[in-house]
Design a protein around this ligand. Structure first.
Ligand SMILES: NC(=O)c1ccc[n+]([C@@H]2O[C@H](COP(=O)([O-])OP(=O)(O)OC[C@H]3O[C@@H](n4cnc5c(N)ncnc54)[C@H](O)[C@@H]3O)[C@@H](O)[C@H]2O)c1
Length: 270
């Protein structure tokens, strides 16, 4: 049941692959809150076809776009504006991929072609989307643009590999672009740094099951779920958070400010 927090708002949601995806939950919640949405994902992800179920459920259209291709993004923004009948109010960038992680290549032995691909998909794509939205003047004043990040941007989590560097760049792009978008268009740009979450992208990280349990025990509130992340995204798209911009917002049950917890200490008792 929604509270009409996004009534009258329109937005584009990148990255719903299956019903575990964080973007999937955001799309469901945005629909419940009264928003009109367009869904998009890489053409290759479309082949799995699951996004069509989400489109039906949320009464939305799907426009394929490889987020690394400026042509695809241009087409996506043009078509979305046709569907919406004008400008929109929010964008969710929920995209991440590292070829080095996928192919189990150690960080210290990175394949740089793969590194560049990962940067393009996971970080630069955010810049490309915002560049296009700004150039086309496609977003309303006080609009809200979000990307999803992880605390490996600030602290070392060895198995997160080069995704750590990608997330650092993503957060930096949010700050830098957020400055210009704020000044020129009164649009806010933020990243949400989410707890580890069992999704297709998440489970690609080595030792992810153990890591989720560790994080759960290191967070006073426990790990935040994908649905709770979606709720936070909804609040960030709503008018209740109009002056929050250029921030990396931790949504992690307190993990980021915790040195150690009693539960973890007890594991080391004799
Ligand atoms: N799962 C976690 O533990 C976790 C934690 C913190 C942050 N995040 C971030 O949340 C975001 C969403 O990931 P998720 O966990 O929901 O996993 P997911 O696998 O469901 O979503 C990742 C999406 O990226 C899309 N994608 C990949 N390459 C693309 C391209 N070239 N163009 C367009 N889309 C492309 C995939 O098709 C997929 O839909 C990512 O940025 C991820 O890094 C995830």
């Amino acid at each position: 049941m929604g509270n009409n927090l996004l009534k009258g708002k329109k937005g584009i949601i990148f990255g719903a692959l299956n019903d575990q995806s964080i973007a999937w939950k955001v799309a469901e919640r945005a629909h419940e809150e009264g928003a009109e949405i367009v869904l998009t994902n890489a053409p290759i992800a479309m082949r799995m076809g699951e996004i069509n179920n989400l489109a039906e459920k949320t009464n939305s259209q799907v426009i394929p776009a490889d987020a690394t291709s400026e042509d695809d993004i241009n087409n996506l923004i043009d078509k979305s504006m046709e569907i919406f009948g004008g400008k929109f109010d929010f964008v969710l960038h929920s995209i991440g991929m590292s070829v080095n992680v996928r192919k189990n290549r150690h960080y210290t032995d990175s394949n740089y072609d793969w590194t560049m691909k990962g940067i393009d998909v996971s970080a630069l794509s955010f810049h490309k989307v915002m560049k296009c939205v700004m150039k086309k003047d496609a977003i309303n004043e006080w609009g809200s643009i979000l990307a999803l990040s992880y605390i490996a941007a600030q602290r070392v989590f060895p198995d997160y590999n080069d995704m750590a560097d990608n997330k650092s760049m993503l957060e930096s792009i949010a700050r830098s672009f957020g400055y210009h978008f704020g000044e020129q268009k009164k649009v806010r740009v933020n990243t949400i740094s989410q707890s580890p979450t069992m999704t297709t992208a998440g489970s690609g990280v080595k030792g992810f099951d153990e890591f989720i349990s560790f994080s759960e025990q290191m967070s006073p509130l426990g790990n935040a779920s994908a649905m709770d992340c979606a709720n936070y995204c909804i609040s960030m798209f709503s008018d209740l958070t109009k002056y929050v911009t250029m921030q990396n917002l931790f949504h992690d049950g307190g993990f980021s400010n915790t040195g150690v917890t009693q539960a973890v200490i007890e594991k080391f008792g004799k």
